[in-house]
Design a protein around this ligand. Structure first.
Ligand code: BMX
Ligand code: ZN
Length: 327
């Protein structure tokens, strides 16, 4: 039976969407909200706290108590300090943010903060395709590419708490400069924002045309539009998506050679592009890796939110919070 006193509030801050949910230890999302990510740091903070206030009020109205708050965010996070160290242009001005302490000050509840890729990996470990697994990789292909490495059922955080930035593995040493500082990062080619940028350049050059929709400015072109064009048989769009799958497969192959995991769990909205993305991804890993690990799709709708919630149960012993289950 679920202990209602173990409910928590979870937040997931991505480059496009900001989500909040009340989560039970069984992994049920009881109350959910989702909004576009605000554009500035003060607006992001204000929106996070407004959502948390509403979540807390909703729980109080049910006559229930809350254990704490877990926050999943894009950017590199110093987990011990609960601080966002740095972020790419997907979250402008999102650096040196003492998010844990600010949130504790605002809501008075114990709070933990981690990178969204790490949270998704923790979500898989507790509730998803990692439940029966000791060593796995989790990859979330959305606006950016979030990553998490689980070794011996622990999320690998590295010395400064910022490990697992799998989107920033270079697949082209002379490639375009990434906002992270590296060159030719896989995220520039295989993420939703990467695909959109590449498609915009091809559209401006007259190489890619859209027939399903009138496009008047490059900024209207998203990965979803590229997907729609591919579905209608546009060979340039299909090629772009297939190439993205192969490029992600190339980066994952390097990770398999480094970590030799049991499986790779892949999720995120970009998988909605379908087989044009998925098959080249799988085929590349199968044909290039020395010992290919199976690629499985995440069964979770909200791995990041679930992992953010799990942060509370996993780390809450110091606050007297008992884990409802061992992951
Ligand atoms: C970027 C980087 C990662 C993040 C990933 C997925 C920032 C703001 N983000 O690589 O930390 O895990 O995107 O993010 O630096 P999402 O926006 O797709 O959820
Ligand atoms: Zn990068």
């Amino acid at each position: 039976m679920t202990d209602p006193d173990s409910w928590v509030l979870a937040v997931d801050l991505g480059g496009t969407r900001l989500r909040m949910a009340v989560v039970t230890p069984a992994g049920e999302l009881l109350y959910e909200e989702q909004h576009p990510t605000p554009k500035t740091r003060p607006d992001i903070l204000a929106q996070i706290w407004a959502l948390l206030d509403r979540g807390r009020d909703w729980v109080a109205a049910q006559g229930k108590g809350l254990r704490g708050i877990g926050i999943s965010t894009g950017g590199r996070v110093d987990f011990e300090r609960g601080e966002v160290v740095d972020a790419t242009a997907l979250l402008p001005d999102w650096r040196r943010v003492p998010l844990r302490d600010l949130t504790v000050e605002h809501l008075g509840l114990p709070t933990w903060v981690d990178n969204d890729g790490n949270c998704a990996a923790l979500g898989e470990l507790w509730f998803g395709a990692g439940q029966d697994c000791h060593h796995f990789l989790s990859v979330v292909v959305g606006t950016g590419i979030g990553g998490g490495v689980v070794l011996d059922r622990q999320v690998l955080r590295g010395v400064a708490g910022t490990a697992g930035e799998l989107g920033h593995i270079s697949v082209d040493y002379q490639g375009p400069v990434c906002p992270c500082g590296n060159w030719g990062c896989v995220e520039l080619f295989a993420s939703g924002s990467g695909l959109a940028n590449l498609a915009q350049t091809l559209w401006e050059a007259g190489v890619l045309q859209f027939t399903h929709k009138t496009i008047t400015s490059a900024t209207e072109i998203t990965a979803r539009e590229v997907g729609e064009a591919a579905r209608l048989g546009n060979p340039v769009a299909q090629d772009l998506i297939q190439r993205a799958g192969r490029i992600l497969g190339t980066a994952l192959t390097s990770l398999l050679h480094t970590l030799n995991p049991e499986r790779v769990i892949v999720g995120g909205t970009v998988l909605d592009l379908g087989e044009d993305y998925w098959q080249p991804l799988v085929n590349t890993v199968q044909s290039r890796a020395m010992a290919p690990a199976p690629l499985v799709r995440s069964p979770l709708r909200e791995a990041g939110l679930l992992g953010a919630a799990a942060l509370v149960w996993q780390n809450g012993a110091s606050e007297g919070i008992k884990p409802p289950q061992s992951p």
